[in-house]
Design a protein around this ligand. Structure first.
Ligand code: 13P
Length: 277
């Protein structure tokens, strides 16, 4: 099986794209893995730090380790949006394949400094690192000042040797009001000035044509979270109401997991890599 860094290098060359899905528990992680298996596509399972606070890095790693053994498609585990260098190092220590050190709220110098610390540590242990420049809109972020500067991305790439860079180009976490406004011109400029694979955040609700367009400008990973947990929570709420007093986790949750899996499949179909596993 390819390591994550080999897969990213290949996809960056072929113009294909890996999808990272945020997961929250042992149930939705199964729906995501089943969808990956059905589509015969590699997948990244991403844990937000909020999930780490609840479950712990070690339990998350153990769950995903068993998932890797159950499915034949490549599955990679990633720590998403972590601004804590220590936590990134601990994730690497317990066996995460990839960590995101998110220094996007910091001045560039400090962002670079933190990213270097994590890159040195992770690379020595064979793990991959994602950093961020610019800001992903939504979830309380102001709309000002989100756009990644080409010069900043270039400096971050050159000075840190980071493996992937998330770029603020207008996408937002959460549900979009209307159509997302993606600055493709800026994405193209960034792509022309660095050879690092780029990451598109806020994947929920981005139309297929925009996803495919962004893939022509170096987007090698796209992150999707809200669509999956919304499908999970909304359908579960309805099922609990339907089952009433007889609602019981193994049956009630299992009943709605195919709907969660179908939502995941939709994103796999949009990206549809030219070379599957
Ligand atoms: P959405 O929740 O908007 O799909 O974004 C996910 C994401 O970018 C995680 O890093």
């Amino acid at each position: 099986m390819k390591t994550l860094s080999e897969l990213l290098a290949q996809y960056h060359q072929t113009g294909d794209c890996l999808i990272g899905f945020n997961f929250n528990d042992v149930w939705d992680v199964q729906a995501i893995c089943q969808a990956a298996q059905e589509r015969n596509q590699p997948v990244m399972l991403m844990a937000y730090t909020k999930v780490v606070e609840v479950l712990g890095l070690d339990l998350i790693q153990a769950i995903v380790e068993r998932m890797k053994a159950r499915y034949s498609v490549p599955i990679y585990l990633h720590l998403d949006h972590c601004d804590d260098v220590e936590m990134c190092m601990q994730a690497v220590d317990v066996g995460f394949d990839s960590v995101m050190i998110d220094g996007s709220a910091l001045p560039l110098e400090e962002n670079i400094e933190r990213t270097i610390k994590v890159v040195n540590y992770a690379h020595a242990k064979g793990a991959v690192v994602e950093a961020e420049i610019g800001k992903i809109r939504g979830r309380g972020m102001t709309d000002d000042d989100y756009l990644a500067s080409v010069a900043d991305v270039k400096r971050l790439a050159e000075e840190t040797g980071v493996d992937m860079i998330a770029v603020g180009i207008g996408t937002a976490h959460g549900h979009y009001q209307g159509k997302p406004e993606i600055n493709f011109e800026r994405l193209q400029q960034i792509h022309q000035s660095v050879s690092t694979p780029l990451v598109l955040h806020g994947g929920t609700g981005i139309p297929e044509e925009d996803i495919r367009h962004s893939m022509t400008f170096g987007i090698t990973k796209i992150n999707v979270g809200t669509a999956i947990h919304t499908a999970y929570m909304q359908n579960l709420g309805k099922q609990i109401t339907k089952d009433g007093i007889d609602a019981y986790p193994p049956t009630t949750i299992s009943e709605i997991l195919p709907q969660v899996k179908n939502e995941v499949v939709k994103y796999f179909e949009m990206v549809n890599p030219s070379q599957v596993v």
